[in-house]
Design a protein around this ligand. Structure first.
Ligand SMILES: Nc1ncnc2c1ncn2[C@@H]1O[C@H](COP(=O)(O)OP(=O)(O)O)[C@@H](O)[C@H]1O
Ligand SMILES: CCC(=O)OP(=O)(O)O
Ligand SMILES: [Mg+2]
Length: 402
């Protein structure tokens, strides 16, 4: 048995389980991996970037069991002192991370219809982890918490007020753990005081959102009551005229349920390109002359630039525009195209700095003459989740509990 305690962080997505094992003393990652294609015939697990291995059981429980087996192989099973879970939606019930109890699980279930692609999977992860690590304290860290500082003018929709009063219809925002981490890192990188600062952060992954952070607090964000509003994403449409949806329903006879599937799973980069939701595939296809891949990327970029500029209006000053997430950290093309459209803000990119690979870590990518600095900061939601778990939970080795 290893003597040192570790924190297991689990991010159960709509078809994958990402996991990390972090040293409880330093919060540095010792091991990371992904179980992907969950609930499909091709479900596999890959640890530390190794060759994928087929999962024996294809569901979330099977994926978690395979993760536990990987820990066992490395003699880490009994070192797991705490488990931190990424939970997408906490609604208005959770403004902070919390220890998981049966009551908390019930409350998370209550808000889950608002983030159907994410929350039910998150809960499957919690329940499977309870079975596999009995007695180990588990902590829920919500994507929505960081945005609880939004003022009513930023979170209200222009709908009759009774929908807010009676049904709680409002914007919540997501990716808060990422926006929180990236903003904290940005103060050091850009050498600016948190207490008088304004940042716009673009988290660009399969899900994508913009956040305006004023003096360390989220004051505006592009996602809404559900993770569908705002930017165009891998398979989600982002902002769309409700009138257009009503018209489509009338013309095609599709139900709300049909259209919900279309806007969440068949739209965005996938829907426009007709090819893929994966940006790497689309960049290559554009390069090879695929017109709709180009159209999808340019539409994606247009939205990002428009939302970054719009979010700047929620700040009292603009000290930096930061890119993060799988696309923000790795796609030189997207950063180039987005910042080209932001010249109106006095932003100038340094092409050489922008060409550095994702592995270069935190870096400024704007020219010295740029009126507003731009930077790339790799997100680390796992570290934030582990830190919250350590703050809220008690470190006991699983071996002590057994
Ligand atoms: N080197 C790269 N160049 C361009 N896009 C990339 C690169 N690496 C990853 N991506 C894109 O990042 C996206 C996934 O982002 P990620 O943040 O990992 O997603 P998730 O929201 O599932 O966590 C995909 O569209 C993928 O193509
Ligand atoms: C819930 C916010 C979101 O879109 O998450 P994802 O990027 O993991 O899909
Ligand atoms: Mg993501």
């Amino acid at each position: 048995m290893n003597e040192f305690p570790v924190v297991l962080v689990i991010n159960c997505g709509s078809s994958s389980v990402k996991f990390s094992v972090l040293d409880a003393a330093s919060c540095e990652a010792l091991m990371t991996g992904i179980a992907d294609g969950v609930n499909t015939d091709n479900a596999f697990i890959s640890v530390n970037g190794s060759e994928p291995v087929a999962l024996a059981r294809k569901d979330y429980e099977g994926a978690l069991a395979a993760i536990a087996l990987e820990l066992e192989k490395r003699d880490l099973m009994s070192s797991v002192a705490l488990i931190g879970h990424r939970i997408a939606h906490g609604g208005s019930l959770f403004s902070e991370s919390t220890l998981i109890t049966d009551e908390v699980i019930d409350q998370i279930r209550q808000v889950s219809p608002l983030a159907p692609l994410h929350n039910y999977a998150n809960l499957s992860g919690v329940e499977a982890a309870q079975q596999l690590f009995p007695g180990v304290q588990q902590v829920a860290v919500f994507d929505t918490s960081f945005h609880q500082t939004l003022a009513p003018q930023a979170y209200l929709y222009g709908l009759p007020y009774r929908f807010f009063e009676e049904l709680g219809v409002r914007r919540y925002g997501f990716h808060g753990t990422s926006h929180r981490y990236v903003s904290q890192q940005a103060y050091g990188l850009l050498n600016i005081p948190e207490a008088d600062s304004g940042l716009v952060i673009a988290h660009l992954g399969n899900g994508a959102s913009i956040c305006a952070v004023r003096n360390g607090r989220s004051v505006d964000t592009s996602m809404g009551m559900t993770p569908l509003e705002g930017l165009m994403m891998g398979t989600r449409c982002g902002d769309v005229d409700f009138g257009a949806m009503a018209w489509i329903a009338e013309q095609t006879g599709q139900t709300f349920e049909d259209l919900e599937r279309v806007v969440n799973k068949e739209s965005g980069l996938l829907g426009l390109s007709g090819l893929s939701s994966d940006l790497r595939t689309l960049e290559k296809a554009w390069h090879d002359g695929h017109e709709r891949a180009r159209l999808a990327i340019e539409t994606f970029v247009h939205r990002i630039a428009r939302h970054i500029a719009g979010h700047a209006a929620s700040l009292h000053r603009l000290d930096g525009v930061i890119f993060t997430g799988g696309i923000g950290e790795n796609s030189r093309l997207i950063r180039q195209l987005v910042t080209d459209r932001l010249r109106v803000l006095g932003i100038q990119l340094d092409e050489e700095k922008n060409a550095q690979p994702g592995s270069a870590g935190e870096r400024v990518i704007s020219a010295d003459t740029s009126r507003v600095p731009c930077a790339v900061i790799p997100t680390n939601e796992e570290k934030m989740i582990a830190q919250d778990a350590l703050r809220l939970g008690k470190v006991h080795l699983a071996a002590e509990i057994a």
